[in-house]
Design a protein around this ligand. Sequence first.
Ligand code: SAH
Length: 220
Amino acid sequence: MNQSLQGIGMTSRRTRERMVKRLIEQGIRNRKVLDVMRDTPRHIFVDEALASRAYEDNPLPIGYNQTISQPYIVAKMTELLIKVGHLKKVLEIGTGCGYQTAVLAQFADHVYTVERILPLQRKAKEHLWEMKIKNVSYIHNDGGWGWPEYAPFDGILVSASPTEIPETLLQQMGMGGVMVIPIGEGGGRQVLQRVIRSESGFEVEDIEPVSFVPFLSGRE
Ligand code: SAH
């Protein structure tokens, strides 16, 4: 690994081990999730000026009024999504800076990621390129449409909060598929939900309160 990916000082392996220790204290159990969180260089996804804070458990600004998700949330959502094991096709709504995408790409054959703000998507592509992650397809679109050409998906992960689960996304879940999605308005009254599709329908489980940016329609 080259030095910028490996990190030094506040982005070094030791700092990352501390982050992993915190994730364990917060209840993350899956060994592979913990390994991937340690090995994914979160500092390359944020502005250089914020790199020294990259392994703290906070969301950080990535421009355009958006934030990179906090490590705990990325780990938790990934753990919830991969409950059934390795995934073939995953749809992600809200690429942002691409950090969650980079984590997901290590648990799936292919990730299809949708972002409505074009400059963010461009940056995400650069970051994943730098990490040599190639099993990702990107589209600049309103994620409310999902990505029908590649449906059905066995995992769907949504990183912005709509007020209800979009019907289109439910329809793009395969049988046995899992969706992890925050639901609710801004202001801390959102809840993280996991949806599992089976022959008998959609089973929805409330996981815990969360705080995400709103799920917006249209493109920028
Ligand atoms: N997981 C990302 C989080 C980014 S914040 C990361 O780690 O960086 C959520 C992202 O969702 C923002 O980039 C926002 O532009 C995007 N978003 C919000 N509503 C969307 C929609 N309807 N379709 C696609 N992207 C959307």
